[in-house]
Write a protein that binds this ligand. Structure first.
Ligand SMILES: NC(=O)N[C@@H](CC(=O)O)C(=O)O
Ligand SMILES: [Zn+2]
Length: 430
C-alpha cells in the first residue's frame, strides 16, 4: 500500500527540508520526498491533502506514565498508546513507576510484548535505577538495556544515595543508554504540594521551593561529569535548571534536558484554589521561571518537549490538594499548547518544534527515527497549526481526564498520525 501526502509544509530537521514537498510511503517506509509527486504515476492507493498543514516526523515523547502493570484503572499500554496516537506521537517512552516497579528485563519485555500486540505506535519501556525504586540496591541495568530499555530512570523519585546513583550511571554509560533524571531532594519537600511563593501561601498550601529541584540537578550534573554518562534532565521547571544545563553544555558535558507544556504555559498564579488538576511534580513555578524555560527552549539550551503524561483516576484527584496524587495528562494537549504558546508567539520556529518533539528526543534515546528522509520508517504527523478549537477532556483517548486545560481555546490540531505506514489516527473519522 502506498500513501501520498501532498501540499504540506514538510519540516524535517534531519534533511533541513522546510517547505512544500510531497511524501510517498510504501508499506512501513518513506520511499520518496519531492516537490511534486504525481499520484497516478506513483501508484498511490491513498492521497492525503495536507495543504496548510505542518508535516513533521512522528512525535516522540520521552516521558509518559502508562501505569501498566498494576495501576491499569488509570491507564493501560493500549489506552496510553491510543492517546499518544491522537496527540501526534508515534514513539513514547514509558516510565517504570508501575506496580510492581519495572526493574528487570522480564518486566521490560512484558510492556514491549503487550505494545507489539495491541498498541498502534512504538512503546519503549524505561527501566528503574533501583530495585522496587527503593533506592537501596541497583536494578539489573545491563539486563534491561539488553531487553531494549532505551534508558533508565527512577522517575517519581530521585535516587538520594549519590554513591549508588554514581554506580548506576557508570553501568548506564557502559550499556550506552541515558539516565532520565527526576530531580527532587525528598528531604526538602516537607509535605509541599505546590510551588513555594506568596500566591500559594495566601491559599494556605505548603510549598516546594526551587532548591528541591536545583540541588539534585546540580548533583546529577556533577555525577555526569564524573561518569561520562548521558544525563537527561526530566521536566525542568526552574530558571536555575536552565542555567545549569547551559553551563554543562558549555563545558561539553553530555547533558540534555526537557520541558513540559504545563511548565512553559502556566505559573502558580494560574492555580484555581482547590483544583487538583494544578497539582503536579515539579509544581507550576513563577513567571520568572516560565520565562527562563521559554527562553531556554528558544535558545536550544532545552532540547526536548515531553509531556510527563501522568493519568490519575477522577476519584483520586478529588481527594483535595494535600492528598490527591501529583500529575496531569499531557499526550493530547502537547501539540496545541506548543503551537499556541510557543510557535504562534514566535518563541519557537515550526522547525524547532519538530526538533524538540521528534528529532532531538530520537537522538536522546538513540533510535533511528525523527526523520522524514526516503528509506526511513513512515512515522509521520500532520498538524493544522491554524485550526482553532476547544480542548475537551471528555474526548480524550486516555483514561485520564486530569488536565487544567479543559475548555481552553487553542490552535494546532493533529489531523493525522501515521506510524509504520499505517494511519493510526485520523481526525476526520472521529
Ligand atoms: N509528574 C507527576 O506529577 N507525577 C508522576 C511522577 C513524575 O513524573 O515525577 C506520576 O507518576 O504520577
Ligand atoms: Zn518525574
Amino acid at each position: 500500500m502506498r500513501i501520498l501526502i501532498q501540499n504540506g509544509r514538510v519540516l524535517d530537521p534531519a534533511s533541513g527540508r522546510n517547505g512544500s514537498f510531497d511524501i510517498l510511503t510504501e508499506d512501513d517506509k518513506i520511499i520518496k520526498v519531492e516537490e511534486k509527486i504525481d499520484a497516478e504515476k506513483a501508484g498511490a492507493g491513498k492521497v492525503i491533502d495536507a495543504g496548510g498543514c505542518f508535516v513533521m516526523p512522528g512525535l516522540i515523547d520521552l516521558h509518559v506514565h502508562l501505569r501498566d502493570p498494576g495501576l491499569t484503572h488509570k491507564e493501560t499500554v493500549e489506552t496510553g498508546a491510543m492517546a499518544a496516537a491522537r496527540g501526534g506521537f508515534t514513539t513514547i517512552v514509558a516510565m517504570p513507576n508501575t506496580k510492581p516497579v519495572t526493574d528487570d528485563k522480564q518486566k521490560v519485555s512484558y510492556v514491549h510484548n503487550k505494545a507489539k500486540m495491541n498498541a498502534p505506535i512504538h512503546v519503549l519501556q524505561a527501566g528503574a535505577v533501583t530495585k522496587g525504586q527503593e533506592g537501596k540496591e541497583l536494578a539489573d541495568i545491563e539486563g534491561m538495556a539488553e531487553a531494549g530499555a532505551p534508558a533508565i530512570s527512577e522517575d517519581g523519585k530521585s535516587v538520594m544515595d549519590s554513591g549508588l546513583y554514581r554506580e548506576a550511571m557508570k553501568i548506564a554509560a557502559r550499556a550506552g543508554i541515558p539516565v532520565l533524571a527526576h530531580c527532587e531532594d525528598i528531604n526538602l519537600v516537607k509535605g509541599g504540594v505546590v510551588n513555594a511563593d506568596e500566591h500559594t501561601e495566601a491559599m494556605g498550601y505548603r510549598g516546594i521551593s526551587n532548591a528541591v529541584e536545583d540541588i539534585i540537578a546540580a548533583r546529577d550534573i556533577m555525577l555526569a561529569r564524573e561518569t561520562g554518562v548521558h544525563l537527561h534532565l526530566c521536566h525542568c521547571s526552574t530558571k536555575d535548571s536552565v542555567r545549569m544545563v547551559k553551563e554543562a553544555k558549555e563545558e561539553g558535558l553530555f547533558v540534555t534536558a526537557e520541558v513540559c507544556p504545563h511548565h512553559f504555559t502556566l505559573t502558580s498564579e494560574d492555580i484555581v484554589e482547590g483544583d487538583t488538576n494544578f497539582k503536579m511534580n515539579p509544581p507550576l513555578r513563577t513567571k520568572e521561571d516560565v520565562e527562563a524555560l521559554r527562553q531556554g527552549l528558544k535558545d536550544d539550551i532545552m532540547d526536548v518537549i515531553s509531556t510527563d503524561h501522568a493519568p490519575h483516576a477522577a476519584s483520586e484527584k478529588l481527594k483535595g490538594m494535600d492528598a490527591a496524587p501529583f500529575g496531569i495528562v499531557g499526550l493530547e494537549t502537547a501539540v496545541p499548547l506548543t503551537v499556541t504558546e510557543l510557535v504562534e508567539k514566535g518563541i519557537l520556529t515550526p522547525m524547532q518544534m519538530a526538533e524538540k518533539m521528534s528529532y532531538n528526543p530520537a537522538k536522546v534515546i538513540g533510535v533511528d527515527r525523527g526523520s522524514l528522509e526516503a528509506g526511513k520508517e513512515a512515522d509521520i504527523v500532520i498538524i493544522n497549526p491554524k485550526e482553532e478549537y476547544i480542548i475537551d477532556a471528555s474526548c480524550f483517548a486516555s483514561k485520564g481526564r486530569n488536565t487544567p486545560f479543559n475548555g481552553w481555546k487553542v490552535r494546532g490540531k493533529v489531523k493525522m498520525t501515521i506510524c509504520g505506514g499505517r494511519i493510526v489516527y485520523d481526525d476526520s473519522k472521529k
